[in-house]
Design a protein around this ligand. Structure first.
Ligand SMILES: Nc1nc2c(ncn2[C@@H]2O[C@H](COP(=O)(O)OP(=O)(O)OP(=O)(O)O)[C@@H](O)[C@H]2O)c(=O)[nH]1
Ligand SMILES: [Mg+2]
Length: 284
């Protein structure tokens, strides 16, 4: 997204070069480029409108200081505003509660929760933590096997109680196990759900209330586009989502959903999924 934005802006800035002051027309020309680049990146139009409105005000106030051309100033401004929009703080995982810490993975079906749970386990173990993975998806026996396979590949223990125990109870039992075995971080993989499925959404809330997560990570497929905003709002209504994970950043996703969700809900992006492999994870 940012590559296409900067490419588009190049042309506009060429024409500004050499000017010592920006006219409102110069600013509008630059903003038109910013606007179309963001819309092309699939950013929500209201978010784009607010963003460019704020940029315009600030751009017109710009005093061109020594050493910077107006074009450079505008580039700086767009950069600063984007950083502010996407969140310059709190993009790290934070463990503030007592041990064992809990990471709760939530999200729609197929978003990448299980894969990301494994990736986080590997990352944390490399940071000298002792993670425990928990299979709290009781609706698909294959889901439990998927996590167990992942766990044995990565040599990370997996807690499971089959499909007959309620997910929130499995999670509470997992905490007991973690205390017993000295696991300091417990990563809970929940069942994927269709947003409209009220019963399953309530189940997420029950798990949340039982385990008091340090981090509740909403996993969103970067290909989701505009729908992502609604999805995030639905989850955020029921559990306090502390961070987003965008998966499939290695696809040709346009990434605008990340910006839109952040702007609309305030939830920071914390982690990016960049491949199917267990090490395909990057901090945001
Ligand atoms: N290319 C790519 N593929 C990914 C990424 N993350 C997950 N996947 C793939 O997406 C598919 C679904 O991932 P899962 O982790 O099973 O998704 P889930 O959210 O647990 O799915 P449910 O449990 O059915 O809700 C798998 O084929 C993963 O390999 C990523 O960052 N990049
Ligand atoms: Mg899964």
């Amino acid at each position: 997204m940012f590559e296409s934005l900067s490419e588009r802006l190049q042309g506009t800035f060429e024409s500004m070069r050499g000017k010592s002051r920006l006219t409102p027309e110069d600013v509008d020309a630059a903003l038109a480029e910013v606007r179309s680049a963001l819309i092309a990146a699939d950013v929500n139009f209201r978010v784009v409108r607010d963003f460019t409105g704020k940029l315009r005000e600030r751009a017109l106030e710009l005093e061109v200081g020594a050493g910077l051309t107006p074009a450079q100033k505008v580039v700086q401004l767009v950069h600063d505003e984007l950083v502010e929009l996407l969140g310059s703080t709190a993009t790290q995982l934070e463990f503030k509660g007592p041990e064992p810490h809990v990471i709760l993975m939530v999200g729609l079906q197929g978003a990448g929760k299980t894969t990301t749970a494994g990736k986080l386990g590997l990352l944390l173990r490399r940071q000298r933590h002792k993670p425990l993975l928990v299979a709290a998806d009781i609706y698909r026996p294959a889901a439990i096997e998927q996590l167990q396979t992942l766990g044995s590949q990565l040599d990370i223990p997996v807690f499971s109680e089959g499909t007959a125990v309620k997910p929130e109870e499995i999670c509470v039992h997992a905490l007991d196990r973690a205390r017993r075995d000295g696991n300091d971080i417990v990563i809970m993989d929940t069942a994927g759900r269709l947003q409209i499925d009220e019963e399953r959404m309530e189940e997420v809330r029950r798990i949340y209330q039982h385990v008091h997560p340090d981090e509740t990570l909403l996993v969103v497929d970067a290909m989701t586009g505009q729908e992502g905003v609604k999805v995030a709002q639905e989850f955020h209504k029921r559990v306090a989502v502390t961070g987003m994970v965008f998966t499939r950043m290695d696809s040709d996703a346009r990434g605008g959903a990340a910006l839109s969700i952040r702007a609309v809900t305030g939830i920071p992006v914390k982690v990016l999924g960049t491949s199917e492999r267990p090490d395909g994870l990057e901090p945001f």
